[in-house]
Design a protein around this ligand. Sequence first.
Ligand SMILES: Cc1cc2nc3c(=O)[nH]c(=O)nc-3n(C[C@H](O)[C@H](O)[C@H](O)COP(=O)(O)OP(=O)(O)OC[C@H]3O[C@@H](n4cnc5c(N)ncnc54)[C@H](O)[C@@H]3O)c2cc1C
Length: 410
Amino acid sequence: MNPPETHPIVIVGAGAAGLLAGIFAGRSGTPALLLETRPQPGAKIRVSGGGRCNVLPSIAELADFHTAGSPRSMRNMLFSWPLREVREFFERDLRIPLKVEDSGKVFPVSDRSKDIVDALLRACHESGSRIRAPFRVSSVRADERAGTGFLIAGNDGTRLRAERLILATGGLSLPKTGSDGAGLRFAKAMGHTIVPLHPALVPLLTQDAAWHELAGVSVDVEITAERDGRAAGRHPGSLLVTHRGFSGPAILDASYRLTGGAEPPTELRVHWGDVPDWDKELRAGGPATVGSTLRRHLPRRLVTRLCDVAGVSTEQRLSELPRDDRRRLVEALAHYRLPVSGNEGYGIAEVTAGGIAIAEIHPATMESRKVPGLFLCGEIVDVTGRLGGFNFLWAWVSGRRAGEAAARTR
Ligand SMILES: Cc1cc2nc3c(=O)[nH]c(=O)nc-3n(C[C@H](O)[C@H](O)[C@H](O)COP(=O)(O)OP(=O)(O)OC[C@H]3O[C@@H](n4cnc5c(N)ncnc54)[C@H](O)[C@@H]3O)c2cc1C
């Protein structure tokens, strides 16, 4: 049998993280070979942001991300490339004009995700890195006989050898874009710990049928994610009641807090409407009824539902509302525990939370602490951002760092 074709760096996955790794490996003097399942690389970038690609946030803090690992390691990984410089990379280097919308999200001025993909592919090509697609990697293992490097098999029988390997295969979300968790299996087989996975940025389900009847109701809320009774994050935005549960930006954003595994469970508490202090509002109501006062701020069907939850009649005059009734109503209006029974799953989720434990990765290089020569980046790693361009920011930053470091490692 002929020896397998050998490459200094092979990158599995030409999505957001893989393309950045390819560009920066090439620019650092060691062009890479990227292997991609899908005929067209960057499938998830193409569909992102409703086809507009929310490429970055305008501001990013550590609190916008979640990991089961050490926040300090995550900080070292995340802020190795300051947000201002990432933006300059897109605007000056790739020559894609960007705009910041009122929501704080950054999009290409053209509103076309294709422009981002095209520019990344061009930069990757100019760096000397090459993409082989479609090429599905079916197995990866350390080359134990040689004592260094990796053996890679494609599902068409092709065999390759890599001196250094970058896994950038993404998670499990939206499998039609090529992500089926293969890279996570490869990493696990090579000794890595996988923090339990779960869908995130995903609509939530409820078994409480009374909510299903409110399908179509949309309202501004602030959701507080509480763990052990303490606020772990606040998520303002709109909430949409669906036939199966809850969706809308505030829900998608809060959903990544519903962590799995050994972490304490998280509850989502909802403050309905834009009234800052519901207790004050009810006390000021005078002779008006509960229903008429609430309907000034909330949709009629929601008012009926929340009064049912609190066990208070909509016809009750506020001036005659017993103290206990007011307390229960304020609880329902300002601190309602959302009855979540699950989520819509990976088919719909924007990201996969969990992944390769960051304690097993060198923050300065994204190289595995378990397998020298193996680099890990993007969604495959246990770092999840909230809604608003944070997940791409993680993919760009970690991909660049892995590519540069792999190119410089001998
Ligand atoms: C509908 C949707 C909209 C989104 N919108 C946004 C947004 O606007 N802003 C934002 O920040 N984030 C958004 N995200 C999340 C964002 O797309 C991901 O976080 C990001 O793409 C992760 O980058 P990645 O390179 O790690 O993984 P991916 O982009 O998923 O890339 C992984 C690549 O690896 C390839 N691959 C997998 N297994 C193999 C294998 N065995 N062999 C060869 N290739 C393989 C896949 O085909 C894929 O191309 C969205 C996600 C979805 C699903």
